[in-house]
Design a protein around this ligand. Sequence first.
Ligand code: GAR
Length: 192
Amino acid sequence: MEKLTGLKKIKTAVFISGTGSNLKNIIKFSKIKKSPISIDLIVSNTSKAKGLSFANQFKIKKKIFNFTNFKNTEKNILLLLKKEKIKFICLAGFMKILSKDFIKKFDGKIINIHPSLLPKYKGLNTHNRAIKNKDKFAGCTVHHVTAKLDSGKIILQKKIKITANDNPTSLAKKILKQEHKLYPASIIKLFS
Ligand code: GAR
């Protein structure tokens, strides 16, 4: 990953689909001096994403793309990223799977956070699956995005204990708290 030169931060887009708690956390992190990135664009696949409100709150450009025509949509996203001079993408609860061609255009420059200890539980319902399987540990992973779902090189991972009282909701809450530490730490690791 390229090193930071001077005070210039790397123009970054965050892709979301939902609440955007990771988005909010990354925006806050981006404003501190030691952050290598600035958040310059928020992309969502749905106007229903609550996290879009952070665009107004932090005065960041936002754009909603509906993915009915996948190929065209990705083409339009790429055009926007170019126009906005975006060099790095953070997926944060983005629930669409980007195509191989799209990823190739941003090779090594897209990262994702996933709520499991990858390679365990790729895909959806990670907390349910961990509890159903009576796992002792769960966690979250920040990894590079490649054409194979949730399979890119791991940047950082955080492990937590699953207690007897945990259910999928309590576990998700505990893990989300860790995600908010792990994402900024991973970005720092990547650019240092
Ligand atoms: C987070 O738990 C994130 O790890 C997960 O969605 C949630 C988004 O929360 N991502 C995935 O499941 C991706 N496969 P947020 O909108 O509050 O950041």
